[in-house]
Design a protein around this ligand. Structure first.
Ligand SMILES: Cc1ncc(COP(=O)(O)O)c(C=O)c1O
Length: 362
């Protein structure tokens, strides 16, 4: 029996992908499932989405292999460059696509002897400045690919740097990408993509034919223009493993950050920063026990969180489930709430969740 587990709502995932499809107006959906599907579980998410999307964008080669082992027919795009020949051999053999945003890397790819072609999506740097080719480099890259025996051009893409906050810069990026794309011969057969989730919602382009949604798939973004909104996909649960009575003046957890103001009950769950909970949520977070919000108290340990159980002491027992993210009765703890309280972004809250936690599709 797992003491901690994650539930992935199939209905919510499908609802979200359908909303994206509606918004994306028939463009191909390249579902971004890197970082273990934003912590939701690569295999579980791909299992639910496999008949609803056109391809999966994973992080590295290892993620591609993990997905391939479970889903032999999935179209897989690797977003981080495989850097050894054995990986490239497999990449070409298994027909994975790869993102390429660097000339030196492209030249190296071209130098490798392979029996099967490597299918590449060239990244154009329009202002993100973390990878990507300049317009001049793109011309060189195209020459290399057209002359190559092993490289095949499959797509062209760029990535927004400032959405949703700075639309003005995003529009400049989109214009740059458009003017470059329009000069590429035979682009009809290529996947042209730029829009991430915010791009799909805020700045759908007329010259791309594919989109790369991530956070919206997981229901962690709002579309202000719609009443029927994205639904959160992930719930996180743990189990009460200890209940203690403590006396007024006693401290709780490391360094006694919390001191009991009166006699009280505390309870412990086996989840902590070692499982992916943010350590700096100490003194700020709440969890839900028996439909009631209860405060997390004291410092968060590697595998323990302690909460004030005084209000629920008559209802709880060891073995009971508590909710760290998700809904229980009238109460709900969202990923956004935890992100706000720990001063980070929703992406970090979910991607930090340990891959060891069991993910169950419900
Ligand atoms: C290249 C690329 N495309 C698409 C996405 C998806 O972005 P979002 O989760 O904001 O939809 C990411 C996310 O990091 C990305 O790096």
């Amino acid at each position: 029996m797992s003491l901690n587990w994650i539930e992935i709502s199939k209905d919510a995932l499908i609802h979200n992908v359908n909303l994206i499809k509606e918004k994306a107006k028939g463009k191909r959906i390249l579902a971004v499932v890197k970082s273990n599907a934003y912590g939701h579980g690569l295999i579980q998410v791909a299992h639910v989405l496999k008949d609803h999307v056109d391809a999966f964008v994973v992080g590295d080669f290892e993620e591609a292999m993990e997905l391939y082992e479970h889903s032999k027919n999935a179209k897989i795009i690797i977003s981080l460059p495989p850097l050894n020949e054995k990986e490239l051999l497999e990449t070409s053999k298994l027909d994975f696509h790869i993102f390429v945003g660097n000339l030196q890397y492209l030249n190296w790819l071209n130098s490798i002897k392979l029996d099967n072609p490597i299918k590449v999506h060239l990244e154009i740097n329009t202002g993100m400045n973390r990878s990507g080719l300049s317009p001049e480099e793109l011309l060189k890259a195209l020459e290399i690919i057209y002359d190559s025996k092993t490289l095949r051009l499959q797509g062209l893409f760029s990535h927004y740097a400032t959405l949703p906050e700075n639309m003005k810069f995003a529009k400049i990026q989109a214009e740059k990408f458009k003017s470059i794309v329009e000069k590429i011969p035979q682009r009809e057969n290529l996947l042209i993509h730029m829009e991430n989730s915010s791009g799909i919602l805020k700045l759908l382009l007329d010259f791309t034919n594919s989109v790369r949604p991530g956070i919206s798939l997981y229901g962690l973004i709002a579309d202000e223009t719609k009443e029927d909104n994205f639904k959160p996909v992930l719930s996180l649960y743990s189990t009460i493993i200890d209940i203690l009575k403590i006396r007024k003046g006693e401290g709780v957890s490391y360094d006694h950050l919390f001191i009991a103001k009166k006699d009280m009950f505390v309870a412990t769950i086996p989840f902590g920063y070692g499982n992916g909970y943010m350590w700096n949520l100490k003194g700020k977070a709440e969890i839900i026990a028996k439909g009631k919000r209860v405060p997390v108290i004291g410092k968060i340990c590697m595998n323990h969180i302690i909460f004030d159980a005084s209000e629920v002491i008559d209802y709880i027992k060891i073995g009971d489930k508590v909710t760290l993210i998700g809904r229980d009765g009238q109460e709900q703890i969202t990923v956004e709430e935890l992100a706000r309280k720990s001063g980070t972004i929703n992406y970090e809250i979910v991607t930090k969740l340990s891959p060891k936690i069991k993910r169950i599709i419900v």
